[in-house]
Design a protein around this ligand. Structure first.
Ligand SMILES: Nc1ncnc2c1ncn2[C@@H]1O[C@H](COP(=O)(O)OP(=O)(O)OP(=O)(O)O)[C@@H](O)[C@H]1O
Ligand SMILES: O=c1[nH]c(=O)c2[nH+]cn([C@@H]3O[C@H](COP(=O)(O)O)[C@@H](O)[C@H]3O)c2[nH]1
Ligand SMILES: NC(=O)CC[C@H](N)C(=O)O
Ligand SMILES: [Mg+2]
Length: 529
């Protein structure tokens, strides 16, 4: 069978989930991802799905529990997202958080209204009842709230577990069903005992044992890969980045010499990157490594294109074309392995069960051509970056590689805003190398999670050697993040920024201005395109 990108062969299908799973129904909360991470911290697999997933589909997926996330809307507003009321008949324990609680209560016949006193930030929670959800928690604790609506006229079927000064129904439980609601957010670290509360829900109430560990995931995936691949060969797109290196290491563990790695020099790489990959993977790892020089092919394809989504699509397609051509000489190369991660999948809106918003087409997911010509193997499609790093460690990869900053597959093309050509790429490459060098020199490289330079599509006026200049602007970006779904800009020391700026302006021809990006994600993203 030849798979197309839209079929997504190893997407979760009915019956796919063997391990105990919690599903988070996403109502658009900024912290929905965080809920999933918190659940996984308890060694229980957790997936984000769309808020209106039908009860029928949920039953097929057979989760041990459901968590309804918060969300920006008001449940009483026209067109606001609602749950399928049938989910309350499935007999699966449910925890509603903020909007999720309000949506559940509305479905159960309670009234939700705008509150006269809204609660944002730290709020004291006062417990009123024992109960499993709060087991082991103190009578009073501080939680993080962010709501303007509240549940009024609580139905008699509910009992109140906790209140705050301004919110009489801060935590509730249905008398007959395993249905809980909390108006505060246990997933954020500002909430005291949030971890215990989530732990109580998934272990005591949903009955999860918590056996989902990276080491068992590796063994399980190796089995799945061996079974799927049989005696065929697997081509792995290897970029030298964390994700594909871990993918390659996992595949090597599973199928050994049936693996061929292809590194594509797409002309969009950073200074010295090709040499580094050739050295590290050719010398240290005994894999069959093909290095393909496809610089002209990519740059010709990108000529005259400045739309970011268009760039990603062209790059995604060219990658596949290169993989196809290169694998012509490789016998029975049926499979293509990629280091696709969960955030790539979610942000591309590519999971039919998942939340729908398309933020950008990651070149390796939404940017893939329809007729792929390979069956995809994406063992980490359900993992977050920090989990992949753990897996890399478990598989014995060196720290230097595991802790490398991520570098997007479309490379410098999405950091060279506007036209992409050899000359502009050279300018960007030089500026980027200086920034990274200074980060290493000052021991900041490993204190931040991702840093890079961006070449802006505009010129500004400068004065150099008493003469007017009208030249390019370089933006530098550095972020602190643990899972790349949310991020804050790094508070780099001024003298470091100053050294970077001086070195770039003095030595990179055609640049007369450097700016530092002070935006967080959200509302910005980490990359500029
Ligand atoms: N230059 C390249 N040659 C071959 N394959 C590539 C190249 N760049 C990206 N890919 C493929 O696309 C996938 C996604 O790229 P992405 O940048 O997200 O991951 P990565 O490079 O492996 O890790 P990191 O996020 O740490 O950079 C890679 O896992 C790899 O399979
Ligand atoms: O392989 C990739 N293909 C892409 O198209 C792509 N876009 C963003 N990124 C990387 O993803 C992380 C989050 O980036 P954003 O905040 O810009 O969405 C950051 O680490 C980005 O570098 C990509 N990686
Ligand atoms: N954080 C939330 O889920 C907010 C829910 C709803 N919009 C409110 O203001 O109450
Ligand atoms: Mg990369």
């Amino acid at each position: 069978m030849t798979s197309t990108a839209s079929e997504m062969p190893n997407m979760t299908n009915a019956g796919d989930i063997q391990q105990e799973t919690i599903l988070v129904l996403d109502f658009g909360s900024q912290t929905a991802q965080l809920i999933a991470r918190r659940v996984r911290d308890q060694h229980v697999f957790c997936q984000l799905v769309r808020h209106d997933l039908s009860a029928k589909r949920i039953k097929e997926l057979a989760p041990k529990g459901l968590i309804l996330s918060g969300g920006p809307a008001s449940v009483y507003a026209d067109g606001s997202p609602q749950v399928d009321p049938e989910i309350f008949e499935l007999g699966i324990p449910i925890l509603g958080i903020c909007y999720g609680m309000q949506a559940a209560c509305k479905a159960m016949g309670c009234e939700i209204k705008p509150s006269t006193s809204r609660e944002f930030g730290h709020t004291e929670i006062l417990r009123k009842d024992g109960g499993d959800l709060f087991a082991g928690l103190p009578e009073k604790f501080t939680a993080w709230m962010s709501h303007g609506d509240r549940v009024e006229n609580l139905h008699e079927n509910f009992v109140v577990l906790a209140e705050t000064v301004d919110c009489p129904n801060a935590a509730i439980k249905h008398r007959e069903r395993e249905l809980y609601g909390i108006q505060f957010h246990p997933e954020v670290t500002h909430t005291q005992h949030g971890e215990n509360l989530i732990g109580n829900f998934i272990r005591e109430i949903c009955g999860c044992e918590g056996s989902w560990k990276i080491s068992s995931f590796i063994e399980q995936e190796c089995e799945v890969i061996r079974e799927r691949v049989g005696n065929s060969r697997v081509i792995c797109g290897l970029s030298g980045g964390v994700d594909s290196s871990v993918t390659a290491a996992l595949l090597y563990k599973a199928i050994g010499s049936q693996l061929t790695c292809i590194f594509v020099d797409n002309g969009l790489l950073r200074n010295g990157e090709r040499e580094q990959v050739e050295y590290e993977f050719g010398e240290h790892f005994k894999t069959d490594l093909h290095v393909v020089d496809a610089r002209d092919r990519f740059l010709n394809g990108l000529a005259g294109v400045s739309d970011p989504q268009e760039k990603r699509k062209i790059i995604g397609k060219t990658f596949i074309d290169v993989f196809k051509d290169e694998s012509k000489d490789i016998d029975d190369a049926r499979f293509l392995a990629q280091g696709t991660l969960y955030p790539d999948v979610i942000e591309s809106g590519a999971n039919p069960d998942g939340p729908a918003a398309t933020i950008k087409y990651h070149h390796n997911v939404g940017g893939l051509p329809k007729e792929l010509g390979f069956e995809l193997i994406e063992p980490m499609r359900m993992l977050f970056k920090d989990e992949v790093r753990l897996m890399g460690k478990e598989l014995g990869l060196p720290d230097k590689l595991i802790w490398r900053h991520p570098f997007p597959g479309p490379g410098l093309a999405v950091r060279c805003l506007g036209a992409v050509n050899a000359e502009r790429l050279a300018t960007l490459r030089e500026a980027d190398a200086i920034f990274i060098d200074e980060l290493y020199e000052s021991n900041y490289y490993h204190k931040v999670q991702q840093a890079f330079a961006v070449l802006l599509p505009l010129q500004t006026v400068g004065v150099m050697g008493d003469a007017r200049t009208y030249e390019d602007v370089i933006a530098i970006r550095s972020v602190d993040t643990d899972n790349f779904m949310t991020a804050d800009w790094s508070r780099l020391p001024y003298d470091l920024l100053q050294r970077v700026s001086t070195r770039i302006i003095n030595s990179v021809r055609g640049v007369n201005r450097v700016v530092y990006d002070v935006s967080s994600k959200p509302p910005s993203t980490i990359e500029w395109e």
